[in-house]
Ligand binder design. Structure first.
Ligand code: PEP
Length: 248
């Protein structure tokens, strides 16, 4: 049985003060959740978020991590630094990073390897653009991204990894993949993982859906057999909405 995991991706939103109010509002609303709850927050809010959620069922994550231990990487942040302030998870290869900041399958792989080296749990994002979907390339793209992300990573390490399937055309657009579309691609991604690591490992791996998931579509998405959770952008910024997704 794969335990569902609902993760918020705050993106570049919330000062420490705003994060404090949001987390304080969220805590009682999700205290009895059956799903695992994660909030991935801006670097500046991680330490406060970790402090405020200590002893609760909410885990804290970052939104990226450097591929090197330390050194001349201006603007990057290391896995050790993230661990030090209390991050447990880290989003890697989000489509916004791939599209606007030059992230590639290779850098996604390097960051994933580095996260695992420091026992940070990666949430690795894959997903096709609208043009790729309309061109019939969805499977080719997610296969390339999945195989690229996990080069050199062992089956044992995969136990600490989550994949987020996020069709780029559904992120922040209000367009959701239908539950069936999302499940079909996630099932395909699981078969790609099975090709790399065998069926038993693939069957244990949690794969989330992400892309305009909200209180009104979460239940239908989560009812699909291959969807093990959600990566939630916009709806994670309001405690009431996020808690409703968590308790789909
Ligand atoms: C995301 O950015 O990971 C995401 C899924 O965003 P939204 O829920 O706003 O579409």
């Amino acid at each position: 049985m794969r335990k569902p995991v609902i993760a918020g991706n705050w993106k570049m939103n919330n000062t420490i003060a705003a994060a404090t109010s949001l987390i304080n509002e969220l805590k009682p609303l999700v205290a009895d959740a059956e799903a695992e709850v994660v909030i991935c927050v801006p670097y500046t809010a991680i330490q406060k978020a970790a402090e405020l959620t200590r002893g609760t069922n909410i885990a804290v994550g970052a939104e990226n991590v450097a591929w090197a231990d330390k050194g001349a990487f201006t603007g990057e942040i290391s896995a050790e630094m993230l661990k030090e302030v209390g991050a447990e998870y880290v989003i890697i290869g989000h489509s916004e990073r791939r599209q606007m900041f030059g992230e590639t399958d290779e850098t996604v792989n390097m960051r994933t390897v580095q996260a695992l080296k420091y026992s940070l749990k990666p949430i690795v994002c894959v997903g096709e653009t609208l043009e790729e979907r309309e061109g019939g390339k969805t499977e080719t793209v997610v296969k390339r991204q999945t195989e690229g992300a996990f080069k050199g990573i062992s089956a044992a390490e995969l136990d600490n990894v989550i994949i987020a399937y996020e069709p780029v055309w559904a992120i922040g657009t209000g367009k959701t993949a239908t539950s069936e579309q999302a499940n079909e691609t996630i099932k395909y991604i699981r078969s790609v993982v099975a090709g790399l690591y065998g069926k038993a490992t693939a069957d244990k791996l949690r794969i989330q859906y992400g892309g305009s998931m909200n209180p009104s579509n979460a239940a239908a998405l989560m009812a699909q057999p291959d969807i093990d959770g959600g990566l939630i952008g916009g709806a994670s910024l309001k405690a009431a909405d996020f808690s409703k997704v968590v308790k789909y």
